[in-house]
Design a protein around this ligand. Structure first.
Ligand code: PAF
Length: 283
């Protein structure tokens, strides 16, 4: 049984009761239209907490003026069923008015420097500040001990790590591994828009990331690794936004070893896919 809660007072009452019993609370923030990647985050949170809240809220402040907030898929009944099966206790589904009581235009917003401006952030100005704005509100509403985010949205997690550290939010962040189909394609709600032919090409993104990792670990200069990745994808009908190797905080890495992440964003037709692969060690 899952409780679907729309009122902040009721949510707060529930959280207070759990905390009085000494229970640890986990949060999985989502925008709904859930797939098995999201459910794996619920199971991850469950492994670190006694009770799990999944928020389902399509957040207007992370959509740009030309992005279609109104047409974002909303499937609350299916989401509630899937969350219940995954072992979630509460689906927190606030309205826009509950999340932004003074109105979206009057909302106090987060502004996270640096990491928000590159890669995905360069394509979608303001997007990550909107994500930080809503996630910080969710942290204040749910007061979770742990919160789980997917590594697929690598930059989103880097932004959240940044503000959690800077504002000393008392929450432990859990990074859920990327869930992939058998051929390597990272699960995403956007995969459903691929034609059968595009779907057959799409795993090349993961294969290219693996090659970027191997070449980097073998000492090939970063510029060459990135250029070869772009070329491979472009010659297979991908339109490449970026194919780069970065540090975990998404800075351009110095020469030599250390933790790295290869990231790709590329379009197949009108569908834009993102994926990444961590490698290297911190020692
Ligand atoms: O990853 C998402 O679905 C959203 O960006 C998040 C973290 C739920 C914030 O709206």
């Amino acid at each position: 049984m899952i409780d679907i809660i729309h009122s902040l007072d009721i949510l707060r009452g529930r959280i207070r009761a759990w905390k009085q019993q000494g229970l640890r609370v986990g949060l999985v923030p989502t925008m709904g239209n859930l797939h098995s990647g999201h459910y794996s985050l619920v199971r991850l949170a469950r492994a670190h907490a006694d009770r799990v809240v999944a928020s389902v809220f399509v957040n207007p402040t992370q959509f740009g003026p030309h992005e279609d907030f109104a047409r974002y898929p909303r499937t609350p009944e299916a989401d509630a069923d899937g969350l219940a099966t995954a072992g979630c206790d509460v689906m927190w589904a606030p309205s826009v008015e509950t999340m932004y009581p003074l109105g979206v235009d009057n909302a106090v917003r987060m502004s996270v420097p640096g990491v928000t401006g590159v890669l995905e952030g360069a394509q979608r100005p303001g997007h990550f500040d909107g994500v930080a704005t809503v996630v910080s509100r969710l942290f204040l509403q749910v007061q979770p001990d742990v919160a789980a985010f997917g590594l697929k949205d690598y930059q989103q997690l880097a932004v959240i790590r940044h503000f959690v550290r800077d504002l000393a939010f008392p929450v432990q962040l859990l990074a859920g591994p990327i869930v992939r189909d058998d051929d390597g394609l990272a699960l995403s709600s956007r995969n459903q828009y691929l034609t059968p032919e595009q779907r057959r090409s799409a795993p090349l993104i993961h294969a290219t990331l693996q090659r970027m990792r191997e070449q980097s670990l073998a000492g090939l200069p970063r510029g060459m690794v990135e250029a070869q990745a772009r070329e491979t994808l472009a010659s297979n009908d991908f339109e490449v936004d970026y194919a780069v190797v970065r540090t975990p905080t998404l800075d351009v890495p110095p020469d030599g070893g250390g933790p790295r992440v290869a990231l790709i964003a590329a379009r197949l037709g009108t569908t834009r896919l993102i994926d990444n692969l961590e490698f290297g060690s911190s020692s």
